[in-house]
Design a protein around this ligand. Sequence first.
Ligand SMILES: Cc1cc2nc3c(=O)[nH]c(=O)nc-3n(C[C@H](O)[C@H](O)[C@H](O)COP(=O)(O)O)c2cc1C
Length: 346
Amino acid sequence: MQSPKQEKLQQNLLSELRRRPFALAPMAGITDHAFRSFMKKNGAGIVVTELVSATGLEYKSKKTQALMSFDEDQRPVGIQLFGDNPEHLAHAAKLVEEVGADFVDLNFGCPVPKVVKKGAGSAMMKDLPAMKKVLQSVVRAVEIPVTIKIRTGWDQSSRNALDVCRLALDEGVTWVAIHGRTRAQGYSGLADWDFIGDIKAKTQIPVIGNGDIHTGHQAVSRLKDYGCDGVMIGRGCLKNPLIFQEAQNLLEKNNIHVEKDYVRLFSGLKQELVSRCDDHITQIQLKKFAAWFASGFPGAAQFRKNIFQSKTTDEILLTANNFFETVKISHQEDTSGEGFLLGGHG
Ligand SMILES: Cc1cc2nc3c(=O)[nH]c(=O)nc-3n(C[C@H](O)[C@H](O)[C@H](O)COP(=O)(O)O)c2cc1C
């Protein structure tokens, strides 16, 4: 049974999802504090940290604790936990609540062998009794909403996402985000949106669909065609940082138009990075994001070479600004058929 406070927090989070249904997917090494603030300012709805080790928190690792930092401007923000030990996960969820996050998200989708070997991440989808124990102890430990992120199943012959949704509903979970691939698929093939839509139609729990959304049009059509409560966008916003604004505009005003001011965008990203990272990290991140943002624009290959040769932050900004000035009037080619970041923790 939920307390009135739990019920209220859950309803508040779900109403925010209805208002802004395009969520930023958690991506380790990418959706850190700075990038979440940047994306939030550029139209993302709900945001989630990258995966944080419950065991790392149990042992008070400073590096792990640092992953939980966020700003008020990111709300609603969730902190994603992974682990196999229900007690560690419950303690970690309490810490998530103490630092003031709006919800705790559990990672049941990570396919990485190191994680899976210990029974965490997507391995939980093979062991629903273990998942049930984790859900019970985490939901009992906190008042903030608990959400989960899963894959469609372990492999093609055991696609049990519907069973997981039913279990999650019984245990008081607020939503299930589904990456439309099995663990066995890794990042190959395409996310199976028909499968996600079928689950949505058969379950009462709110469902957030995820996988292979590259444009604002796709985000809105996935939301509407498959009846999902939200859609989660990961790699798509790295090549198209305007995707959230495009999708929200399309949904609210039936007009996708967003000003393509990449110079302003890039300067905003720089400000977020400078305020949180040292010079070395700022430069690495700026180069990486500049290279991704340039995807599909004329001259992107030469631009990437130039940007990676830049030696100082000022040089990176000058090179990027010269290139991004031209982008306003350029056509961005569709590069979604090219393999891109074919590995991750979910
Ligand atoms: C580099 C990278 C890191 C990721 N890290 C996480 C993570 O920490 N937690 C998680 O649940 N999923 C993680 N994922 C999976 C994404 O959240 C998402 O499910 C997946 O990329 C499919 O969505 P997309 O096609 O929109 O990128 C990661 C994906 C990538 C590419």
